[in-house]
Design a protein around this ligand. Structure first.
Ligand SMILES: Cc1ncc(COP(=O)(O)O)c(C=O)c1O
Ligand SMILES: N[C@@H](CCOP(=O)(O)O)C(=O)O
Length: 462
C-alpha cells in the first residue's frame, strides 16, 4: 500500500512512513494511492464480531507490511482495552430511523480516543523497532490534545507538545491537558484561535531544518492513521443496522473534516452509505462552501461547541484532491490562494462531485441548546453540544434510510452548556472525579513560530 500527497510533489511513502511523517514535505496530506474495497460477504461477516476483530479486518489492507498481523492485532487489543463500554462504540436509538453512535467511552471521553489510543500503540512498536525518538507537536481545539496526551504520556521515546487556544477550550478539556504530571507532556496555551495553532504546527512541518532537527511527528488528523482508525466505527454501526443488505446515512459534527472524511473512505471501501451529512455550528465555512461554491474565511466566533470552532478545515484538502480528479497541482493552487487571499472558488465540476458526495447543514447557538433540551425530554439522551449540532442537522435530513448521528464527546466535557440547556450538570466518571483538585502545568505562548520552535528545542528531552 502506497501513500501519495494531495499536492503531488512529496515522496510516495508506505503506511509506516506516512504515519511517522505527518504532513507531506510539499505541505499536503497523505492519502492511499488506491482505496482497498471489502466485498458484500466480507462486510456481512463483520456482524457479531468484537470491535477489535472488525477493526483488524477493516484496517489491515491499508497497513501493508508496516506491522505484522500479530503486532497489529496486539496494538488494537491494547488500544481499546481501556474503553468503558464493551461494545466500544454503542448505538442507541433516538427516534424512528434515527440512531446515535456514542463515541465517548474512551479514556478522555471523545471520539479522538478511537484513533489516538491505536496510534499510541503503533508509534511505540515502530519507534522501538527503529530505535528512534520523536517530538510530537499537536494543535487542538480541546479534544485531540487530551487524547494525544493520554496516549503518549510517560513514553520514553516521545515528547508531546500540545498547542491549544488560550481561553477557548472548556475547563474540563483544559484540565485534561494541564494536569498530567509526566515530564514528556507540555501543554501550551497559545494567544490565538485553533486555526492559529494548526497554522503554526503546519509552519513547523514546512520548516525542514526544525522538523528534521527535532524529529517532528504529528498526531492531528493530518496523520492518515488517525483517519483510518475512524473508518472502523462507520462499518460496525452500519453493519449492526443491516449493512451491507441495507443502506444507512451518517451525520457528522464537523470541524477539521477528519471524521466525515473517514465516513467517505468507508463508502469508497464498499459500505452502502446513502447520505454523508456535514453538520457545522455557527462557524459554518463548510456549509457555506457547499451552498455557494466558495471557501471563504470570515473569522471564527467562539461557540458553545468549541471543538468545532475551526475555519481552516485541514482534511477538506483530502476531499478536494478527489473532487479535482486527484490533481495535486490544482489542490496546491487552491491552498496557495487560501493562504494569500483567505479563500478560493471551487470549479463547477469539483462542486458537483462534492455535492454528490456530501450534504450539509448549519446550527445556531440557540438551536444547539434547544436540541440538547428537547433530546433530553424526548429520548432521555444527554447530548454534548457538538453531538447536538449533529442531531439537529440529522433531523433535517431524515428519510427512509436509517440515519446515524455521531456523538463525538461526553456531555460532562461541556457541563456549562448542558446545564444551561437542561438544568442538569453532568458529572465526570469516578476515575476523573478529582480533575478539579489536580495541579495544573501550562505555559502561555505567543502566536509566533520562532518563539514556539525555541521552546520546543529547549524543553524536549534529547
Ligand atoms: C467533540 C468534537 N466533535 C466534533 C469534532 C469535529 O471533528 P472533525 O475535526 O474530525 O471534523 C471535533 C474536533 O474536531 C470534536 O472534538
Ligand atoms: N476538534 C479537534 C481539532 C483538531 O482536529 P484533528 O482531528 O485534526 O486532530 C480537537 O479537539 O482538537
Amino acid at each position: 500500500m502506497r501513500y501519495v500527497s494531495t499536492r503531488g510533489q512529496a515522496p510516495i511513502l508506505s503506511f509506516g512512513e506516512a504515519m511517522l511523517t505527518g504532513l507531506a514535505r510539499d505541505g499536503g496530506l497523505y492519502v492511499p494511492e488506491t482505496i482497498p474495497t471489502l466485498g458484500k460477504e466480507e462486510i456481512a461477516a463483520l456482524a457479531g464480531l468484537s470491535y477489535e476483530e472488525a477493526a483488524f479486518r477493516i484496517m489491515r489492507p491499508f497497513v501493508g507490511d508496516a506491522f505484522s498481523d500479530d503486532e497489529f492485532r496486539s496494538a488494537i487489543a491494547k488500544a481499546y482495552a481501556g474503553f468503558g463500554h464493551a461494545a466500544r462504540a454503542p448505538l442507541v436509538q433516538l427516534a424512528p430511523n434515527h440512531f446515535l453512535l456514542e463515541l465517548f467511552h474512551g479514556p478522555t471521553l471523545a471520539f479522538k480516543d478511537f484513533a489516538m489510543q491505536l496510534i499510541g500503540q503503533l508509534f511505540q512498536i515502530a519507534l522501538q523497532r527503529d530505535g528512534r525518538r520523536v517530538t510530537i507537536v499537536g494543535a487542538t481545539s480541546g479534544d485531540t490534545g487530551s487524547a494525544a496526551i493520554e496516549a503518549f504520556r510517560g513514553l520514553e521515546n516521545v515528547d508531546v507538545f500540545i498547542l491549544f487556544p488560550h481561553g477557548r477550550v472548556s475547563e474540563v478539556q483544559r484540565r485534561q491537558m494541564t494536569t498530567p504530571s509526566e515530564a514528556n507532556v507540555h501543554a501550551l496555551a497559545l494567544d490565538g484561535t485553533f486555526d492559529d495553532c494548526q497554522a503554526r504546527l503546519k509552519d513547523m512541518f514546512n520548516h525542514f531544518e526544525f522538523r528534521d532537527a527535532v524529529g517532528l511527528a504529528g498526531v492531528n488528523s493530518i496523520n492518515w492513521a488517525r483517519v483510518l482508525a475512524q473508518v472502523v466505527y462507520y462499518f460496525t454501526s452500519a453493519v449492526s443496522l443491516g449493512a451491507p443488505h441495507r443502506e444507512v446515512s451518517f451525520t457528522v459534527p464537523t470541524g477539521n473534516f477528519g471524521d466525515i472524511f473517514a465516513g467517505y473512505i468507508a463508502k469508497r471501501m464498499g459500505l452502502p452509505i446513502d447520505k454523508l451529512v456535514i453538520a457545522t455550528n455557527q462557524n459554518d465555512i463548510l456549509h457555506r462552501c457547499m451552498t455557494t461554491g466558495r471557501y471563504e474565511m470570515g473569522g471564527v466566533k467562539p461557540s458553545i461547541s468549541p471543538s468545532m470552532d475551526i475555519e481552516i478545515s485541514s482534511n477538506f484538502e483530502r476531499a478536494l484532491f478527489d473532487a479535482y480528479g486527484r490533481d495535486g497541482g490544482a489542490v496546491a493552487q487552491l491552498m496557495d490562494e487560501m493562504k494569500t487571499t483567505g479563500g478560493f472558488a471551487i470549479s463547477q465540476g469539483a462542486m458537483e462531485w462534492l455535492r454528490d458526495t456530501f450534504a450539509s447543514g448549519r446550527v445556531s447557538e440557540e438551536e444547539t441548546l434547544e436540541t440538547i433540551a428537547d433530546e433530553r425530554t424526548v429520548s432521555g439522551e444527554l447530548l454534548c453540544p457538538h453531538s447536538a449540532v449533529g442531531v439537529k442537522v440529522a433531523q433535517d435530513h431524515l428519510g427512509a434510510v436509517p440515519m446515524i448521528t455521531l456523538a463525538t464527546a461526553h456531555p460532562a466535557k461541556f457541563p456549562d452548556a448542558v446545564e444551561a440547556a437542561t438544568g442538569i450538570r453532568p458529572g465526570l466518571p469516578p476515575r476523573m472525579a478529582d480533575l478539579f483538585d489536580r495541579a495544573e502545568r501550562v505555559t502561555r505562548v505567543p502566536n509566533d513560530l520562532s518563539a514556539l520552535e525555541a521552546l520546543v528545542h529547549e524543553r524536549r528531552a534529547r
